[in-house]
Design a protein around this ligand. Sequence first.
Ligand code: NAD
Ligand code: LMR
Length: 329
Amino acid sequence: MASEPGLVAARSFSTAIPLRSKVAVLGAAGGIGQPLSLLLKTNPRVTELGLYDIVNTPGVAADIGHINTLSNVAGYTAKDKDGLKKALQGAELVVIPAGVPRKPGMTRDDLFNTNAGIVRDLAQACAEVCPKAKLLIISNPVNSTVPIATEGLQEGRIFGVTSLDLVRASRFIGAKLDKVVDVPVVGGHAGITIIPLFSQVEGLKLTEEERAALTHRVQFGGDEVVKAKDGLGSATLSMAFAGARFADSLLRADAGEEVLEWAFVKNDLFKKEGIEYFSTYVKLDKNGVKEVLPLPENISEYEKELVKAAIPELLKTQTKGEQFVNGKQ
Ligand code: NAD
Ligand code: LMR
């Protein structure tokens, strides 16, 4: 996969011609929100940052605002009159890491009751204020929050951010090979719905045991961090890195580059099975998703079984999100 242009190019920020690009971060004072906003401040493509959180955003904005890149930063809280609207006004990208993170012993689905309403309300505000913006949903459970966020917005502009799974898979294999490699990861963003495609890494040889162990590690990498943080939350710094990288891909696409990325988007790949959202390879352009590409034809039998096993879980969590927006949950 080393030849896949999107992944290779997405590893670092591109420095070509900055256009005017406002990025809004909702949940900007949180564990992900702060380092993500910091990384976005260092991206030359970003000319304006609108930071919104229910609390503490003015301090984050004042702090990040002193960094000597050319973008302007403004922070708003729920106490500011029209604070959310002001953060969103004119945004090309809206990144949403708002909501509660896991504690040890919890699944991502356990966050649904709190985060579903947060994502629905923030997405509705985007639909009103910046309906053409691209929405990057980080808040968990992504497999359900993405179907929730699509209500009232254009489907090719809503992205569930799964890039942390790609970053992890890349690092776990990279540590073994002592080089940075791209590893595609498809499916969703929870446990067995996370499917690394090691068969696509050129020259990678794994025993069955190694393949099973590495697959499990990518699928449950989030739990490793939750356990290590011991009640203080889940991945924040690696997520900020992965989210900023994904945002840069969309900004480059916005500026006219054709970019390839892996993302959890609406598509027909598993329509027969009732699946509407699946993370796969997508071509991006200034309007968001230009084309959804199918899974590589030569994935292994082992990976085909992983896809089969993921379908019922994806369907369950997708339905839960859809029922929530339809008032049935
Ligand atoms: P956090 O608690 O540190 O930060 C969340 C922030 O959201 C807080 O500052 C909070 O005030 C804010 N918030 C809550 N309700 C809000 C609202 N209505 N409007 C605006 N802001 C609001 O949590 P975190 O560690 O930053 O994680 C945030 C979310 O991201 C969690 O749901 C977590 O599970 C998820 N996450 C996803 C991935 C992924 O790969 N997609 C990776 C890591 C974490
Ligand atoms: C992750 O993969 O690190 C995130 O989804 C956070 C979590 O709850 O594990």
